[in-house]
Design a protein around this ligand. Structure first.
Ligand code: C2E
Ligand code: MG
Ligand code: MG
Ligand code: MG
Length: 293
């Protein structure tokens, strides 16, 4: 538009920029139809407890099965949904689908199933007045007690302050758990812990990747464990891909782990298989040279 008004080309054309922008806008436009025709799915990834050997929780992660593009990553379409506002409707659908699934697991599997479902909540949802009421209604309709639900929020969402923080207090009052996602990668991480009701820190994958090498990432992961213990919070290590990483985290006091090593996000996780992986990890490490990690 600027070019037409001034007669000067003001934009430097770049194929990547152009493709990115048009694909972002196009995804946004197609999302309405996708919601109406049921192209979204929720998959679940286990979060294991090394102490009890159980599946402490599952994280609900949205997927878009696009008729032409195939599987589209949430990294691509969640920001588009936040921008066009559809994340509010999509987010409520994800929430309802997840608590209904969790209620079914409770009924069918009891303690052999996951203890909680952890649902990602975007800034836009959290900042809309009435979010806690939406959560309360979803719980009531599914019959799932609030203690089996955790809301995952990012530091950045909460940093915007105001309504988001009010919503977190309301969720806490309902009995819903609150996890700070990608912890350590946003703004003002530690300061937030003074004002925001949080019970779980999700330590970002970037601090887990190098945990087996005695470098900076390991020092940060270790420090975050001290912070979480000192404040009486749970800590979940994200993105655990190998048994070696799991052992190194365990040696630093982490008992809640999530990552491909224990299971990828899928529609219908095999919880028996997940527990077997945990048993194997714990028995191998305690069986052979103990305290050597
Ligand atoms: P997140 O909430 O931090 O979710 C964790 C991401 O890490 C997921 O990617 C998961 O599949 C991936 N992951 C888990 N374990 C491993 C591992 O061992 N290695 C590697 N390389 N990756 C692992 P996913 O599903 O692609 O989601 C990406 C992000 O999109 C999420 O990050 C979250 O910010 C957003 N997202 C996903 N689902 C939802 C949703 O339902 N609502 C909202 N608002 N955002 C969502
Ligand atoms: Mg998350
Ligand atoms: Mg995360
Ligand atoms: Mg992450």
């Amino acid at each position: 538009y600027a070019a037409k008004q001034t007669g000067e080309p003001v934009r430097v054309w770049s194929p990547e920029l152009d493709e990115h922008a048009s694909s972002h806008a196009q995804l946004g436009a197609e999302m309405r139809t996708a919601l109406d025709t049921g192209q979204f799915r929720v998959v679940y990834q286990p979060i294991v407890d090394l102490e009890t050997g159980s599946v402490a929780a599952v994280e609900a992660l949205v997927r878009w099965e696009h008729p032409e593009r195939g599987l589209v990553s949430p990294v691509q379409f969640v920001p588009a949904a936040e921008q066009n506002g559809l994340i509010v409707e999509l987010g409520e659908w994800i929430l309802r689908t997840s608590v209904e699934q969790m209620a079914r697991w409770r009924a069918e599997l009891g303690d052999a199933g996951p203890g909680r479902v952890s649902v990602n909540v975007s800034a836009r949802q959290l900042n809309r007045p009435g979010f806690a009421a939406t959560v309360a209604a979803a719980l009531a309709d599914s019959g799932l007690p609030a203690r089996h639900l955790t809301a995952e929020v990012t530091e950045t969402a909460v940093f915007e302050g105001g309504q988001a923080v009010i919503a977190l207090h309301e969720l806490r009052a309902l009995g819903v758990g609150i996890a700070l996602d990608d912890f350590g990668t946003g703004h003002s991480s530690l300061g937030l812990l003074q004002t925001v009701p949080v019970d779980t820190l999700k330590v970002d994958k970037s601090f887990v990747d190098g945990i087996t090498e005695a470098g900076r990432q390991a020092v940060i992961a270790e420090s975050l464990m001290h912070v979480s213990t000192g404040l009486g919070l749970s800590a979940v290590a994200e993105g655990v891909e190998t048994a070696e990483q799991a052992a190194a985290l365990r040696a630093r006091g982490y008992r809640l782990l999530q990552g491909y090593h224990f299971g990828r996000p899928v529609a219908d996780p095999d919880f028996d298989l997940v527990r077997t992986t945990v048993d194997l990890l714990v028995s191998q490490r305690t069986g052979s040279s103990s305290g050597n990690d």
